[in-house]
Design a protein around this ligand. Structure first.
Ligand code: PEP
Ligand code: NA
Ligand code: MN
Length: 614
Protein backbone atom coordinates (compact mmCIF):
# COMPACT_ATOMS: atom_id res chain seq x y z
CA UNK A 1 0.00 0.00 0.00
CA UNK A 2 1.64 3.22 -1.14
CA UNK A 3 0.09 5.25 1.67
CA UNK A 4 1.66 3.20 4.43
CA UNK A 5 5.24 4.13 4.99
CA UNK A 6 7.61 2.29 7.23
CA UNK A 7 9.48 5.22 8.59
CA UNK A 8 11.94 5.98 11.29
CA UNK A 9 9.32 7.62 13.51
CA UNK A 10 10.05 11.26 14.06
CA UNK A 11 12.42 11.74 11.13
CA UNK A 12 10.76 14.83 9.70
CA UNK A 13 12.56 14.59 6.36
CA UNK A 14 11.35 11.03 5.82
CA UNK A 15 7.83 11.88 6.94
CA UNK A 16 7.73 14.85 4.55
CA UNK A 17 9.18 12.81 1.67
CA UNK A 18 6.61 10.03 2.08
CA UNK A 19 3.56 12.13 2.95
CA UNK A 20 0.84 12.74 0.31
CA UNK A 21 0.96 16.47 1.11
CA UNK A 22 3.36 19.36 1.39
CA UNK A 23 1.10 21.33 3.74
CA UNK A 24 3.62 22.44 6.34
CA UNK A 25 1.18 22.78 9.28
CA UNK A 26 0.01 19.24 8.71
CA UNK A 27 3.54 17.86 8.30
CA UNK A 28 4.59 19.61 11.50
CA UNK A 29 1.61 18.19 13.38
CA UNK A 30 2.22 14.65 12.13
CA UNK A 31 5.94 14.88 12.85
CA UNK A 32 5.36 16.18 16.38
CA UNK A 33 2.90 13.40 17.21
CA UNK A 34 5.10 10.72 15.60
CA UNK A 35 8.06 11.88 17.67
CA UNK A 36 5.95 11.82 20.84
CA UNK A 37 4.11 8.53 20.32
CA UNK A 38 6.77 6.57 18.32
CA UNK A 39 4.49 4.45 16.08
CA UNK A 40 5.91 1.66 13.95
CA UNK A 41 4.28 3.01 10.77
CA UNK A 42 2.39 6.03 9.50
CA UNK A 43 -0.63 5.63 7.24
CA UNK A 44 -2.21 8.63 5.54
CA UNK A 45 -5.91 7.80 5.23
CA UNK A 46 -7.30 8.40 1.71
CA UNK A 47 -10.88 7.39 2.57
CA UNK A 48 -11.18 5.04 -0.43
CA UNK A 49 -13.25 1.89 -0.52
CA UNK A 50 -10.12 -0.22 -1.18
CA UNK A 51 -8.55 1.19 1.94
CA UNK A 52 -11.72 0.46 3.95
CA UNK A 53 -11.72 -3.10 2.66
CA UNK A 54 -8.08 -3.58 3.58
CA UNK A 55 -8.51 -2.09 7.06
CA UNK A 56 -11.62 -4.12 7.86
CA UNK A 57 -9.85 -7.27 6.57
CA UNK A 58 -7.02 -6.53 8.99
CA UNK A 59 -9.48 -5.88 11.81
CA UNK A 60 -11.17 -9.22 11.14
CA UNK A 61 -7.73 -10.88 11.17
CA UNK A 62 -6.95 -9.17 14.51
CA UNK A 63 -10.25 -10.33 16.03
CA UNK A 64 -11.52 -6.76 16.56
CA UNK A 65 -14.24 -7.19 13.93
CA UNK A 66 -16.44 -10.16 13.11
CA UNK A 67 -17.65 -10.19 9.51
CA UNK A 68 -21.42 -10.68 9.39
CA UNK A 69 -22.40 -13.43 6.98
CA UNK A 70 -26.18 -13.05 7.19
CA UNK A 71 -27.62 -11.55 3.98
CA UNK A 72 -29.66 -9.24 6.25
CA UNK A 73 -26.48 -7.29 7.07
CA UNK A 74 -24.48 -6.91 3.84
CA UNK A 75 -20.89 -5.63 4.05
CA UNK A 76 -21.22 -5.21 7.82
CA UNK A 77 -19.20 -6.06 10.89
CA UNK A 78 -19.66 -6.62 14.60
CA UNK A 79 -17.15 -5.31 17.14
CA UNK A 80 -16.94 -6.18 20.81
CA UNK A 81 -15.24 -3.77 23.13
CA UNK A 82 -13.35 -4.40 26.30
CA UNK A 83 -16.17 -4.73 28.91
CA UNK A 84 -14.74 -1.67 30.68
CA UNK A 85 -14.76 0.51 27.55
CA UNK A 86 -18.44 0.75 26.64
CA UNK A 87 -19.45 4.42 26.84
CA UNK A 88 -18.39 8.02 27.01
CA UNK A 89 -16.50 8.76 30.23
CA UNK A 90 -17.77 12.10 31.50
CA UNK A 91 -15.70 11.94 34.69
CA UNK A 92 -12.52 11.71 32.56
CA UNK A 93 -13.58 14.46 30.13
CA UNK A 94 -11.82 17.79 30.59
CA UNK A 95 -12.20 21.33 29.33
CA UNK A 96 -8.77 22.88 29.85
CA UNK A 97 -9.43 26.58 29.29
CA UNK A 98 -6.80 29.09 30.39
CA UNK A 99 -9.10 30.33 33.17
CA UNK A 100 -11.01 27.92 35.38
CA UNK A 101 -14.16 30.09 35.30
CA UNK A 102 -14.32 29.66 31.50
CA UNK A 103 -14.92 25.92 31.90
CA UNK A 104 -17.87 26.58 34.21
CA UNK A 105 -19.58 24.31 36.71
CA UNK A 106 -20.71 21.72 34.16
CA UNK A 107 -17.16 20.70 33.17
CA UNK A 108 -14.07 19.16 34.74
CA UNK A 109 -11.21 21.63 34.56
CA UNK A 110 -7.46 21.14 34.88
CA UNK A 111 -4.90 23.89 34.39
CA UNK A 112 -3.79 23.61 30.74
CA UNK A 113 -0.04 23.58 31.43
CA UNK A 114 -0.52 20.86 34.06
CA UNK A 115 -2.69 18.88 31.64
CA UNK A 116 -0.14 19.29 28.82
CA UNK A 117 2.49 17.83 31.08
CA UNK A 118 0.25 14.88 31.98
CA UNK A 119 -0.52 14.31 28.30
CA UNK A 120 3.12 14.38 27.23
CA UNK A 121 3.64 11.68 29.84
CA UNK A 122 0.84 9.35 28.82
CA UNK A 123 1.29 9.87 25.06
CA UNK A 124 5.04 9.29 25.29
CA UNK A 125 5.58 6.10 23.26
CA UNK A 126 1.83 5.38 23.36
CA UNK A 127 1.70 4.14 19.75
CA UNK A 128 4.74 1.90 19.97
CA UNK A 129 4.32 -1.18 17.80
CA UNK A 130 1.20 0.26 16.17
CA UNK A 131 0.30 2.07 12.97
CA UNK A 132 -0.42 5.76 13.30
CA UNK A 133 -3.30 6.74 11.00
CA UNK A 134 -3.69 10.33 9.81
CA UNK A 135 -7.34 11.14 8.99
CA UNK A 136 -8.11 14.47 7.31
CA UNK A 137 -11.81 15.15 7.89
CA UNK A 138 -14.40 17.89 7.55
CA UNK A 139 -17.49 18.33 9.71
CA UNK A 140 -20.29 19.67 7.53
CA UNK A 141 -19.99 20.15 3.81
CA UNK A 142 -16.66 20.36 2.02
CA UNK A 143 -18.12 23.12 -0.18
CA UNK A 144 -19.41 25.18 2.78
CA UNK A 145 -18.49 28.87 2.93
CA UNK A 146 -16.31 28.19 5.94
CA UNK A 147 -15.62 24.44 6.03
CA UNK A 148 -14.68 23.10 9.48
CA UNK A 149 -11.65 20.85 9.11
CA UNK A 150 -9.96 18.48 11.48
CA UNK A 151 -7.13 15.99 11.32
CA UNK A 152 -7.44 13.01 13.63
CA UNK A 153 -4.30 11.06 14.36
CA UNK A 154 -5.19 7.67 15.83
CA UNK A 155 -3.62 4.28 16.43
CA UNK A 156 -6.96 2.50 16.02
CA UNK A 157 -8.06 1.11 12.66
CA UNK A 158 -11.57 0.66 14.15
CA UNK A 159 -11.62 4.43 14.61
CA UNK A 160 -10.57 4.98 10.99
CA UNK A 161 -13.30 2.65 9.71
CA UNK A 162 -15.92 4.29 11.95
CA UNK A 163 -14.81 7.83 11.09
CA UNK A 164 -15.27 6.97 7.40
CA UNK A 165 -18.95 6.33 8.15
CA UNK A 166 -19.45 9.27 10.52
CA UNK A 167 -17.63 12.03 8.62
CA UNK A 168 -16.32 13.10 5.25
CA UNK A 169 -12.68 11.98 5.28
CA UNK A 170 -9.66 11.40 3.07
CA UNK A 171 -8.00 12.78 -0.03
CA UNK A 172 -10.72 15.23 -1.12
CA UNK A 173 -10.59 16.81 2.31
CA UNK A 174 -6.79 16.93 2.29
CA UNK A 175 -6.79 18.65 -1.12
CA UNK A 176 -9.24 21.26 0.18
CA UNK A 177 -7.16 21.91 3.31
CA UNK A 178 -4.15 22.46 1.02
CA UNK A 179 -6.06 24.65 -1.43
CA UNK A 180 -7.36 26.94 1.33
CA UNK A 181 -4.30 26.50 3.54
CA UNK A 182 -7.06 26.06 6.07
CA UNK A 183 -7.02 25.82 9.82
CA UNK A 184 -7.74 22.30 11.04
CA UNK A 185 -8.48 21.10 14.57
CA UNK A 186 -5.60 18.86 15.60
CA UNK A 187 -7.14 15.80 17.26
CA UNK A 188 -4.86 13.15 18.73
CA UNK A 189 -6.18 9.77 19.80
CA UNK A 190 -4.45 6.74 21.21
CA UNK A 191 -5.96 3.61 22.70
CA UNK A 192 -3.07 3.80 25.16
CA UNK A 193 -1.78 0.27 24.66
CA UNK A 194 1.76 0.31 23.24
CA UNK A 195 3.07 -3.04 22.00
CA UNK A 196 6.52 -4.33 22.94
CA UNK A 197 8.39 -6.28 20.24
CA UNK A 198 6.79 -9.70 19.94
CA UNK A 199 3.90 -8.83 22.24
CA UNK A 200 0.58 -10.25 21.05
CA UNK A 201 -2.19 -7.71 20.60
CA UNK A 202 -5.70 -8.07 22.07
CA UNK A 203 -8.89 -7.61 19.99
CA UNK A 204 -9.83 -4.37 21.77
CA UNK A 205 -6.75 -2.60 23.13
CA UNK A 206 -7.42 0.22 25.59
CA UNK A 207 -6.11 1.57 28.86
CA UNK A 208 -7.61 1.74 32.33
CA UNK A 209 -6.40 5.33 32.53
CA UNK A 210 -8.47 7.60 30.31
CA UNK A 211 -8.28 11.26 29.29
CA UNK A 212 -10.69 13.03 26.95
CA UNK A 213 -9.20 16.50 26.81
CA UNK A 214 -10.20 19.71 25.04
CA UNK A 215 -8.23 22.93 24.84
CA UNK A 216 -10.98 25.32 23.72
CA UNK A 217 -8.75 28.33 23.04
CA UNK A 218 -6.29 26.51 20.78
CA UNK A 219 -9.09 24.21 19.50
CA UNK A 220 -7.16 21.02 20.26
CA UNK A 221 -8.42 17.56 21.23
CA UNK A 222 -6.36 14.87 22.97
CA UNK A 223 -7.99 11.53 23.72
CA UNK A 224 -6.23 8.69 25.50
CA UNK A 225 -7.15 5.22 26.69
CA UNK A 226 -10.54 4.49 25.11
CA UNK A 227 -11.45 3.09 21.71
CA UNK A 228 -15.15 3.76 22.12
CA UNK A 229 -17.53 6.02 20.18
CA UNK A 230 -17.72 9.52 21.56
CA UNK A 231 -14.34 9.09 23.30
CA UNK A 232 -12.48 8.13 20.14
CA UNK A 233 -14.36 9.31 17.02
CA UNK A 234 -13.12 12.81 17.66
CA UNK A 235 -15.16 14.54 14.94
CA UNK A 236 -18.35 13.80 16.83
CA UNK A 237 -18.87 14.99 20.42
CA UNK A 238 -15.35 16.37 20.98
CA UNK A 239 -15.24 18.48 17.82
CA UNK A 240 -18.79 19.00 16.55
CA UNK A 241 -20.14 19.84 20.02
CA UNK A 242 -17.46 20.80 22.58
CA UNK A 243 -14.86 22.54 20.39
CA UNK A 244 -17.49 23.74 17.90
CA UNK A 245 -19.54 25.33 20.71
CA UNK A 246 -16.48 27.45 21.59
CA UNK A 247 -15.90 28.29 17.90
CA UNK A 248 -19.58 29.16 17.58
CA UNK A 249 -19.45 31.48 20.57
CA UNK A 250 -16.52 33.37 19.00
CA UNK A 251 -17.97 33.37 15.47
CA UNK A 252 -21.67 34.07 16.12
CA UNK A 253 -23.40 30.74 15.55
CA UNK A 254 -24.61 27.69 17.55
CA UNK A 255 -23.38 24.09 17.83
CA UNK A 256 -26.18 22.03 19.36
CA UNK A 257 -27.20 18.51 20.40
CA UNK A 258 -30.26 18.40 18.14
CA UNK A 259 -32.04 16.47 15.40
CA UNK A 260 -33.18 18.22 12.22
CA UNK A 261 -36.52 17.30 10.70
CA UNK A 262 -38.25 18.53 7.53
CA UNK A 263 -42.03 18.39 7.60
CA UNK A 264 -44.30 18.97 4.63
CA UNK A 265 -47.99 19.68 5.16
CA UNK A 266 -50.81 18.33 2.98
CA UNK A 267 -50.81 21.80 1.33
CA UNK A 268 -47.22 21.13 0.24
CA UNK A 269 -45.60 23.71 2.53
CA UNK A 270 -42.30 22.62 4.09
CA UNK A 271 -40.91 23.54 7.50
CA UNK A 272 -37.70 22.64 9.29
CA UNK A 273 -37.54 21.92 12.99
CA UNK A 274 -34.62 21.11 15.23
CA UNK A 275 -35.06 19.41 18.58
CA UNK A 276 -32.89 18.83 21.64
CA UNK A 277 -33.60 15.95 24.02
CA UNK A 278 -31.52 14.35 26.78
CA UNK A 279 -30.88 10.63 26.24
CA UNK A 280 -33.74 8.11 26.47
CA UNK A 281 -36.41 10.63 25.45
CA UNK A 282 -37.09 9.42 21.91
CA UNK A 283 -34.75 11.74 20.01
CA UNK A 284 -33.85 9.25 17.29
CA UNK A 285 -37.49 8.20 16.94
CA UNK A 286 -38.43 11.84 16.34
CA UNK A 287 -35.60 12.29 13.83
CA UNK A 288 -36.93 9.32 11.85
CA UNK A 289 -40.68 9.68 12.48
CA UNK A 290 -43.29 8.17 10.14
CA UNK A 291 -46.24 10.60 10.29
CA UNK A 292 -49.55 9.07 11.32
CA UNK A 293 -51.62 11.87 9.78
CA UNK A 294 -52.84 11.63 6.22
CA UNK A 295 -50.97 13.87 3.78
CA UNK A 296 -48.08 14.79 6.08
CA UNK A 297 -44.55 13.92 5.07
CA UNK A 298 -41.43 13.77 7.26
CA UNK A 299 -37.84 13.73 6.04
CA UNK A 300 -34.79 13.74 8.23
CA UNK A 301 -31.55 15.70 8.05
CA UNK A 302 -29.92 14.38 11.19
CA UNK A 303 -30.34 12.61 14.50
CA UNK A 304 -27.72 14.04 16.86
CA UNK A 305 -25.86 17.27 16.07
CA UNK A 306 -27.03 20.53 14.48
CA UNK A 307 -25.01 23.58 13.59
CA UNK A 308 -27.14 26.73 13.33
CA UNK A 309 -25.74 29.72 11.47
CA UNK A 310 -27.13 33.11 10.53
CA UNK A 311 -28.00 33.16 6.82
CA UNK A 312 -27.83 36.00 4.32
CA UNK A 313 -31.51 36.91 4.60
CA UNK A 314 -31.59 37.20 8.37
CA UNK A 315 -32.82 33.64 8.88
CA UNK A 316 -31.12 30.93 10.92
CA UNK A 317 -29.91 27.99 8.84
CA UNK A 318 -29.29 24.48 10.12
CA UNK A 319 -26.94 21.74 8.96
CA UNK A 320 -26.00 18.32 10.25
CA UNK A 321 -22.19 18.20 10.34
CA UNK A 322 -22.11 14.39 10.41
CA UNK A 323 -22.31 11.73 7.70
CA UNK A 324 -23.61 8.79 9.70
CA UNK A 325 -25.59 7.54 12.67
CA UNK A 326 -23.91 6.34 15.83
CA UNK A 327 -27.20 5.31 17.36
CA UNK A 328 -28.11 3.36 20.47
CA UNK A 329 -29.16 -0.05 19.12
CA UNK A 330 -31.34 -1.47 21.94
CA UNK A 331 -34.87 -0.15 21.53
CA UNK A 332 -34.39 0.55 17.82
CA UNK A 333 -36.68 -1.90 16.05
CA UNK A 334 -38.85 -2.67 13.08
CA UNK A 335 -41.98 -1.77 15.08
CA UNK A 336 -40.56 1.39 16.71
CA UNK A 337 -38.20 2.86 14.12
CA UNK A 338 -38.57 1.19 10.74
CA UNK A 339 -36.74 4.04 9.00
CA UNK A 340 -33.60 3.37 11.05
CA UNK A 341 -33.94 -0.38 10.47
CA UNK A 342 -34.27 0.08 6.69
CA UNK A 343 -31.07 2.18 6.66
CA UNK A 344 -29.25 -0.46 8.72
CA UNK A 345 -30.51 -3.26 6.47
CA UNK A 346 -28.70 -1.70 3.49
CA UNK A 347 -25.47 -2.72 5.18
CA UNK A 348 -22.08 -0.98 5.25
CA UNK A 349 -22.39 -0.76 9.02
CA UNK A 350 -20.31 -1.44 12.09
CA UNK A 351 -22.18 -2.74 15.14
CA UNK A 352 -20.52 -2.45 18.52
CA UNK A 353 -21.48 -4.58 21.55
CA UNK A 354 -24.58 -6.06 19.93
CA UNK A 355 -25.35 -9.79 20.19
CA UNK A 356 -24.57 -12.25 17.35
CA UNK A 357 -27.26 -14.46 15.88
CA UNK A 358 -26.54 -18.06 14.93
CA UNK A 359 -26.89 -17.21 11.24
CA UNK A 360 -24.17 -14.54 11.30
CA UNK A 361 -26.25 -11.43 11.93
CA UNK A 362 -26.66 -9.11 14.91
CA UNK A 363 -29.53 -8.70 17.34
CA UNK A 364 -30.35 -6.43 20.22
CA UNK A 365 -33.21 -6.03 22.67
CA UNK A 366 -36.14 -4.40 20.92
CA UNK A 367 -34.98 -5.11 17.34
CA UNK A 368 -37.75 -7.62 16.67
CA UNK A 369 -40.92 -8.46 18.58
CA UNK A 370 -39.78 -12.03 18.84
CA UNK A 371 -36.56 -12.84 20.70
CA UNK A 372 -34.25 -15.36 19.00
CA UNK A 373 -34.04 -18.71 20.81
CA UNK A 374 -30.24 -18.57 20.89
CA UNK A 375 -27.59 -15.87 20.60
CA UNK A 376 -23.98 -15.13 21.44
CA UNK A 377 -24.08 -12.16 23.79
CA UNK A 378 -21.85 -9.10 23.53
CA UNK A 379 -19.37 -10.69 25.94
CA UNK A 380 -19.08 -13.80 23.74
CA UNK A 381 -21.19 -16.07 25.97
CA UNK A 382 -23.93 -18.39 24.79
CA UNK A 383 -27.26 -16.68 25.46
CA UNK A 384 -30.91 -17.80 25.70
CA UNK A 385 -34.05 -15.77 26.46
CA UNK A 386 -33.95 -16.94 30.09
CA UNK A 387 -30.40 -15.59 30.56
CA UNK A 388 -30.11 -13.11 33.41
CA UNK A 389 -28.31 -10.40 31.44
CA UNK A 390 -29.32 -8.62 28.23
CA UNK A 391 -27.81 -10.05 25.04
CA UNK A 392 -26.62 -6.65 23.79
CA UNK A 393 -24.98 -4.06 26.02
CA UNK A 394 -27.58 -1.33 26.84
CA UNK A 395 -25.26 1.17 25.11
CA UNK A 396 -24.62 -1.04 22.06
CA UNK A 397 -24.43 1.00 18.86
CA UNK A 398 -25.08 0.87 15.14
CA UNK A 399 -22.78 2.97 12.98
CA UNK A 400 -24.47 3.45 9.61
CA UNK A 401 -24.07 5.91 6.70
CA UNK A 402 -26.87 8.50 6.82
CA UNK A 403 -27.26 8.49 3.02
CA UNK A 404 -28.78 5.01 3.32
CA UNK A 405 -31.88 6.60 4.86
CA UNK A 406 -34.88 6.43 2.49
CA UNK A 407 -36.47 9.47 4.17
CA UNK A 408 -33.29 11.59 4.01
CA UNK A 409 -34.15 15.14 2.87
CA UNK A 410 -32.30 16.30 -0.27
CA UNK A 411 -31.33 19.42 1.66
CA UNK A 412 -29.05 17.29 3.84
CA UNK A 413 -26.57 17.65 0.95
CA UNK A 414 -26.93 21.45 0.69
CA UNK A 415 -23.79 23.17 2.03
CA UNK A 416 -25.83 25.96 3.64
CA UNK A 417 -28.55 23.68 4.99
CA UNK A 418 -32.14 24.70 5.64
CA UNK A 419 -33.97 27.68 7.09
CA UNK A 420 -34.92 26.81 10.64
CA UNK A 421 -38.55 27.52 11.52
CA UNK A 422 -38.83 26.08 15.02
CA UNK A 423 -36.74 24.71 17.85
CA UNK A 424 -38.09 22.11 20.29
CA UNK A 425 -36.74 21.34 23.73
CA UNK A 426 -37.98 18.11 25.30
CA UNK A 427 -37.52 15.95 28.35
CA UNK A 428 -39.08 13.06 30.21
CA UNK A 429 -41.30 14.33 33.02
CA UNK A 430 -44.13 12.47 34.82
CA UNK A 431 -45.67 15.73 36.05
CA UNK A 432 -45.55 19.52 35.64
CA UNK A 433 -44.43 19.89 32.01
CA UNK A 434 -47.34 19.73 29.53
CA UNK A 435 -47.32 17.93 26.20
CA UNK A 436 -46.47 21.12 24.28
CA UNK A 437 -45.99 24.79 25.14
CA UNK A 438 -44.92 27.64 22.88
CA UNK A 439 -42.54 30.26 24.25
CA UNK A 440 -43.69 33.87 24.11
CA UNK A 441 -40.43 34.95 22.47
CA UNK A 442 -36.77 34.01 21.92
CA UNK A 443 -35.54 34.74 25.47
CA UNK A 444 -38.49 32.88 26.97
CA UNK A 445 -37.54 29.94 24.74
CA UNK A 446 -33.96 30.08 26.02
CA UNK A 447 -35.44 29.83 29.51
CA UNK A 448 -37.07 26.55 28.40
CA UNK A 449 -33.68 25.33 27.20
CA UNK A 450 -31.83 26.59 30.28
CA UNK A 451 -34.21 24.72 32.60
CA UNK A 452 -34.62 21.62 30.43
CA UNK A 453 -34.97 18.57 32.66
CA UNK A 454 -35.53 14.87 32.47
CA UNK A 455 -36.16 12.06 34.91
CA UNK A 456 -33.32 9.58 35.04
CA UNK A 457 -34.13 6.17 33.55
CA UNK A 458 -32.80 2.71 34.27
CA UNK A 459 -30.30 3.31 31.47
CA UNK A 460 -28.34 5.83 33.55
CA UNK A 461 -26.66 5.41 36.91
CA UNK A 462 -28.36 6.78 40.04
CA UNK A 463 -31.91 6.69 41.34
CA UNK A 464 -34.62 6.20 38.72
CA UNK A 465 -37.07 9.07 38.42
CA UNK A 466 -34.86 11.85 39.81
CA UNK A 467 -35.18 15.12 37.92
CA UNK A 468 -31.86 16.09 36.35
CA UNK A 469 -31.38 19.48 34.68
CA UNK A 470 -29.72 19.23 31.28
CA UNK A 471 -29.47 22.65 29.63
CA UNK A 472 -30.47 22.29 26.00
CA UNK A 473 -29.47 18.61 26.34
CA UNK A 474 -25.88 19.90 26.21
CA UNK A 475 -24.83 19.19 29.81
CA UNK A 476 -21.86 16.94 28.85
CA UNK A 477 -21.09 18.88 25.67
CA UNK A 478 -20.91 22.62 26.42
CA UNK A 479 -17.25 23.42 25.73
CA UNK A 480 -17.16 26.51 27.96
CA UNK A 481 -18.96 28.18 30.87
CA UNK A 482 -22.66 27.22 30.94
CA UNK A 483 -23.80 30.76 31.86
CA UNK A 484 -21.75 32.22 29.00
CA UNK A 485 -23.34 29.61 26.76
CA UNK A 486 -26.85 30.84 27.66
CA UNK A 487 -25.70 34.42 27.21
CA UNK A 488 -24.45 33.51 23.74
CA UNK A 489 -27.90 32.10 22.90
CA UNK A 490 -29.42 35.44 23.98
CA UNK A 491 -26.93 37.46 21.97
CA UNK A 492 -26.88 35.35 18.81
CA UNK A 493 -30.48 36.43 18.15
CA UNK A 494 -29.08 39.82 17.09
CA UNK A 495 -27.50 38.01 14.10
CA UNK A 496 -31.00 37.26 12.78
CA UNK A 497 -33.98 39.26 11.54
CA UNK A 498 -36.32 39.34 14.60
CA UNK A 499 -39.20 38.37 12.29
CA UNK A 500 -37.31 35.28 11.18
CA UNK A 501 -36.19 33.87 14.52
CA UNK A 502 -37.32 30.26 14.95
CA UNK A 503 -40.29 29.84 17.31
CA UNK A 504 -39.38 27.81 20.40
CA UNK A 505 -41.46 25.04 21.99
CA UNK A 506 -41.20 22.85 25.09
CA UNK A 507 -42.48 19.29 24.72
CA UNK A 508 -43.00 16.32 27.04
CA UNK A 509 -44.29 13.04 25.61
CA UNK A 510 -44.23 11.38 29.05
CA UNK A 511 -46.68 13.26 31.32
CA UNK A 512 -48.81 10.96 33.50
CA UNK A 513 -52.56 11.28 33.72
CA UNK A 514 -54.75 10.97 36.82
CA UNK A 515 -54.73 7.17 36.37
CA UNK A 516 -50.92 7.15 36.68
CA UNK A 517 -50.42 6.08 33.06
CA UNK A 518 -48.65 8.10 30.36
CA UNK A 519 -51.47 10.30 29.07
CA UNK A 520 -50.30 10.84 25.47
CA UNK A 521 -49.70 7.90 23.08
CA UNK A 522 -46.39 9.37 21.87
CA UNK A 523 -44.10 7.75 19.26
CA UNK A 524 -45.38 8.40 15.71
CA UNK A 525 -48.53 10.03 17.11
CA UNK A 526 -46.31 12.95 18.04
CA UNK A 527 -47.01 13.96 14.43
CA UNK A 528 -50.15 15.57 15.90
CA UNK A 529 -48.05 17.80 18.14
CA UNK A 530 -45.80 18.69 15.19
CA UNK A 531 -48.91 19.58 13.21
CA UNK A 532 -50.04 22.00 15.97
CA UNK A 533 -46.57 23.53 16.05
CA UNK A 534 -46.66 24.15 12.30
CA UNK A 535 -50.17 25.57 12.50
CA UNK A 536 -48.85 27.93 15.19
CA UNK A 537 -46.16 29.04 12.72
CA UNK A 538 -48.86 29.57 10.11
CA UNK A 539 -51.02 31.44 12.65
CA UNK A 540 -53.97 29.07 12.31
CA UNK A 541 -53.90 27.00 15.53
CA UNK A 542 -55.59 28.08 18.75
CA UNK A 543 -53.59 28.46 21.93
CA UNK A 544 -54.26 29.63 25.48
CA UNK A 545 -52.01 31.86 27.55
CA UNK A 546 -50.81 30.06 30.65
CA UNK A 547 -48.23 31.12 33.24
CA UNK A 548 -45.58 29.08 31.39
CA UNK A 549 -46.41 29.92 27.79
CA UNK A 550 -48.95 29.10 25.10
CA UNK A 551 -50.59 25.69 25.17
CA UNK A 552 -53.12 24.19 22.75
CA UNK A 553 -56.79 24.63 23.46
CA UNK A 554 -58.60 21.35 24.02
CA UNK A 555 -59.78 21.15 20.43
CA UNK A 556 -56.68 22.63 18.76
CA UNK A 557 -54.81 19.33 18.70
CA UNK A 558 -55.84 16.98 15.91
CA UNK A 559 -56.80 13.78 17.76
CA UNK A 560 -58.97 12.46 14.97
CA UNK A 561 -58.93 8.68 15.05
CA UNK A 562 -56.64 8.62 18.08
CA UNK A 563 -57.41 6.32 21.02
CA UNK A 564 -57.32 8.95 23.74
CA UNK A 565 -60.03 10.02 26.19
CA UNK A 566 -60.96 13.64 26.84
CA UNK A 567 -59.57 13.19 30.39
CA UNK A 568 -56.23 11.92 29.12
CA UNK A 569 -55.96 14.79 26.68
CA UNK A 570 -56.67 17.29 29.46
CA UNK A 571 -54.10 15.63 31.70
CA UNK A 572 -51.53 15.77 28.91
CA UNK A 573 -51.87 19.48 28.12
CA UNK A 574 -52.87 21.10 31.41
CA UNK A 575 -50.70 23.54 33.40
CA UNK A 576 -50.98 23.11 37.17
CA UNK A 577 -49.78 26.27 38.99
CA UNK A 578 -49.27 24.23 42.17
CA UNK A 579 -46.79 21.95 40.38
CA UNK A 580 -45.05 25.02 38.98
CA UNK A 581 -44.59 26.48 42.45
CA UNK A 582 -42.55 23.41 43.35
CA UNK A 583 -40.78 23.57 40.00
CA UNK A 584 -39.84 27.21 40.60
CA UNK A 585 -37.95 26.25 43.76
CA UNK A 586 -36.05 23.59 41.89
CA UNK A 587 -35.20 25.98 39.04
CA UNK A 588 -34.00 28.58 41.55
CA UNK A 589 -31.65 26.03 43.03
CA UNK A 590 -30.43 25.05 39.58
CA UNK A 591 -29.79 28.68 38.61
CA UNK A 592 -27.82 29.26 41.81
CA UNK A 593 -25.20 26.87 40.42
CA UNK A 594 -24.40 29.25 37.56
CA UNK A 595 -23.16 31.92 39.98
CA UNK A 596 -22.59 35.32 38.41
CA UNK A 597 -22.56 34.04 34.87
CA UNK A 598 -26.31 33.46 34.53
CA UNK A 599 -27.48 36.14 32.06
CA UNK A 600 -29.75 38.79 33.50
CA UNK A 601 -32.41 38.18 30.85
CA UNK A 602 -32.74 34.54 31.95
CA UNK A 603 -32.93 35.62 35.59
CA UNK A 604 -35.68 38.03 34.47
CA UNK A 605 -37.57 35.15 32.85
CA UNK A 606 -37.55 33.38 36.20
CA UNK A 607 -39.02 36.47 37.92
CA UNK A 608 -41.62 36.75 35.19
CA UNK A 609 -42.60 33.11 35.69
CA UNK A 610 -42.76 33.60 39.43
CA UNK A 611 -45.19 36.48 39.11
CA UNK A 612 -47.31 34.65 36.51
CA UNK A 613 -47.57 31.54 38.67
CA UNK A 614 -48.43 33.53 41.84
C1 PEP B 1 -21.40 8.27 22.36
O1 PEP B 1 -21.56 7.83 23.51
O2 PEP B 1 -20.44 8.01 21.69
C2 PEP B 1 -22.43 9.15 21.83
C3 PEP B 1 -22.56 9.32 20.55
O3 PEP B 1 -23.18 9.82 22.73
P1 PEP B 1 -24.73 9.97 22.95
O4 PEP B 1 -25.45 8.85 22.30
O5 PEP B 1 -24.90 10.01 24.44
O6 PEP B 1 -25.15 11.28 22.36
NA1 NA C 1 -17.58 9.18 4.72
MN1 MN D 1 -26.01 12.46 21.24
Amino acid sequence: MVNTVATAPGDSATIAAEAPTDNQKLLDFVTEIAQLTTPEKIHWVDGSEQEYTRLTDELVEAGTLTRLTSPDFPNSFAAFSDPADVARVESRTFICSEQERDAGFTNNWVDPSEMRETLSGVFDGAMKGRTMYVIPFVMGHLEADDPKFGVEITDSAYVVASMRIMARIGTDVLRKIEELDAFFVPAVHSVGAPLEPGQKDVPWPCSEEKYIVHFPESREIWSYGSGYGGNALLGKKCYALRIASAMARDEGWLAEHMVILKLTSPQGKSYHLSAAFPSACGKTNLALIDPTLEGWKAETLGDDITWIRPGEDGEFRAINPEAGYFGVAPGTGWHTNANAMRAIAKGNSIFTNCALTDDGGVWWEGMTEETPAHLTDWKGNSWAPDSAEPAAHPNARFCTPIDQTDMLADEYFAPDGVKLDAILFGGRRKTTVPLVTQARDWNHGIFYGATLSSETTAAAEGAVGTVRRDPMAMLPFIGYDAGDYLKHWVEVSSEADPEKLPAIFLVNWFRRGRDGKIAWPGFAENTRVLKWIIERLEGTAEAVETPIGLTPTLDALDVDGLAITQEELEDAITVDPQEWKTELEDIEQWFSRFGDSLPQSIQDELEELRSRVA
